[in-house]
Design a protein around this ligand. Structure first.
Ligand code: UTP
Length: 506
């Protein structure tokens, strides 16, 4: 172990000597763990990190240096695919290509699950959250079942057995509980060899005056380095080598909190592959012109995500001659990367990625050693963003999908009324209701009387009945006629594998 003297010298060099201010009070175990933690921090990097955080925070509070409006162009039509605007034959071609790649074991999914989920306010990883579905499933379980099903669909089409490896990026907060949860649930029937969990790095949280924060007398407040920490984590954990060994060429990266995520989406994969893309982003139309979402577009001809705060409201509201919003490609953190592109990024470009400032409430110990849970934001976390690599792409594409079918993020608790457990649950149940009605199901009440159909129910509305379909039965609404056509169905209705077998026979 590095000695106390050595650590003191390093902290002095970094301008962070206050981290040892409770040393005299600590028990041997507390001292040992603090020294171990501090020994991992390089003094020059720590100094630079704290100074940069404080400077970036001051800058952030003054607003962006320049507006990007004059330099922005929308995604060029030839690099933009659309579910809504494409004809069925084209969609089928893309989907077939995606299934073909999956069947050859060339596709992996990569989950970004290292976040702390502070807005949702639970003490366990977000993937373990239950939004209150009739089945009681967690986000992880839904995702695991979608992988199972997409493997099955690709395998059947190509008469093969295939697998879609699931890479899960966790952090110090989420790794252990996630591993335990998967073990307790027998990896949701997936082959444990195909579920690869790895950890991203952590960085100290910093006060507004540039001091690393102590969350306990013997512990520095650390936070994961953002979902763009992915690129360093890929290197630290030799993940690209693992992908190469398995023959993976294409990676679908997504966030843990989108309950509708269509993992390893054959349509998206097929579109990107046939376009020869090295990097792609799924996008949705903005819900309304001033919706505060990042928009995928070009700045000086280079693709990036432009945040709402970086442009004037006139630009946000600008329409073309057909009346459509010009900047309408809302980023939903759902990306395609070739393994080669990830290799180039990790080898050449990762250090160039910008760090963004997140101002958060960080619990800390005050001068007197009391634990304080701040009511106002008091700390700076520096984060890299996964999408900041778009600028390095040689052939970038965007793919527009329908929001109500593919995007409903779980960010907040129900008090927020937006992007919360209730909206996520409703979005999924409304989708399953639409699928059932489309497959020919008739919902009836307790007296056998038909409940009038509302097949256009969108994600934000409560569907008229409770209908949940297991991803093991249907990945995206396919194949449901065999169980539901012309059947009278009572609500609540859960279509799982057993029920499907019974209905098929009936
Ligand atoms: P968010 O930016 O919404 O953050 O993450 P969060 O941690 O889930 O929630 P808050 O902000 O604390 O309330 C978007 C996605 O990026 C992942 C999250 O797990 C989520 O899937 N993420 C975020 C990481 O993997 N690592 C990080 O350091 C941050």
């Amino acid at each position: 172990m590095v000695s106390e003297e050595e650590i003191r010298a390093r902290l002095e060099q970094a301008g962070q000597s206050h981290l040892l201010r409770f040393w005299a009070e600590l028990e041997p175990a507390g001292r040992a763990s603090l020294l171990t933690e501090l020994a991992l921090l390089d003094p020059d990097e720590l100094r630079e990190h704290c100074q940069r955080a404080a400077a970036a925070c001051t800058q952030e509070q003054q607003g962006p240096l320049e507006r990007l409006d004059a330099r922005m162009q929308p995604v060029q039509p030839e690099f933009l695919g659309s579910v809504r605007k494409s004809d069925p034959q084209t969609l089928q071609l893309w989907e077939e290509e995606g299934f073909h790649q999956i069947a050859q074991n060339k596709v992996a999914v990569l989950l970004l699950a290292g976040g702390q989920g502070t807005r949702l306010g639970v003490t366990y990883p977000k993937g373990m959250y239950r939004v209150g579905l009739p089945s009681g499933k967690t986000l992880y379980e839904l995702q695991a079942e979608r992988i199972c099903r997409v493997e099955q669909l690709a395998g059947r089409r190509h008469n093969t057995r295939c697998s879609v490896p699931w890479y899960i990026m966790t952090s110090e907060f989420t790794l252990k509980p996630t591993v335990e949860f998967f073990k307790e649930n027998n990896f949701f029937q997936l082959d444990p060899d195909n579920v690869i969990m790895f950890e991203q790095r952590m960085l100290p949280a910093v006060s507004f005056n540039g001091q690393a924060i102590l969350e306990r007398k013997d512990k520095v407040a650390m936070a994961p380095d953002g979902n763009g920490g992915l690129y360093r984590a890929l290197v630290d954990n030799r993940i690209l080598e693992d992908m190469e060994r398995r023959g993976v060429e294409y990676v679908h990266v997504y966030c843990v909190d989108n309950i509708l995520v269509k993992m390893a989406d054959p349509l998206f994969i097929g579109f990107c592959v046939l376009k020869g893309a090295d990097c792609g982003a799924k996008v949705v139309e903005k819900a309304y012109p001033t919706e505060p979402v990042g928009v995928v577009c070009q700045v000086d001809g280079i693709y990036q995500v432009v945040e709402y705060s970086e442009v004037e409201v006139e630009t946000v509201q600008r329409r073309d001659e057909s009346g459509n919003l010009v900047f309408n490609a809302g980023n939903i953190c759902n990306h395609f990367f070739t393994r080669n592109f990830l290799q180039t990024v990790t080898r050449e470009f990762e250090p160039l990625l910008k760090s963004h400032v997140a101002i958060k409430k960080v619990p800390f110990v005050d001068e007197d050693g009391n634990l304080v849970k701040p009511l106002k934001p008091n700390g700076i976390k520096m984060e890299k963003f996964v999408f900041d690599v778009f600028q390095f792409s040689k052939n970038f594409v965007a793919f527009e999908v329908l929001r109500e079918e593919e995007f409903s993020p779980l960010k907040n608790s129900d008090t927020a009324n937006k992007d919360c457990p209730t909206t996520a649950r409703q979005a999924l149940l409304a989708q399953h209701y639409r699928w059932a009605v489309r497959a020919g199901a008739h919902f009836v009440d307790e007296n056998g009387v038909r409940i009038p159909e509302q097949p256009s129910t969108l994600g934000t509305e409560n569907p008229p009945v409770l209908c949940e379909i297991s991803p093991l039965v249907s990945y995206f609404g396919e194949g449901l006629e065999a169980y539901l056509k012309d059947k009278d169905i009572h609500s609540p209705f859960i279509l799982d594998e057993n029920k499907a077998k019974l209905l098929e026979k009936a």
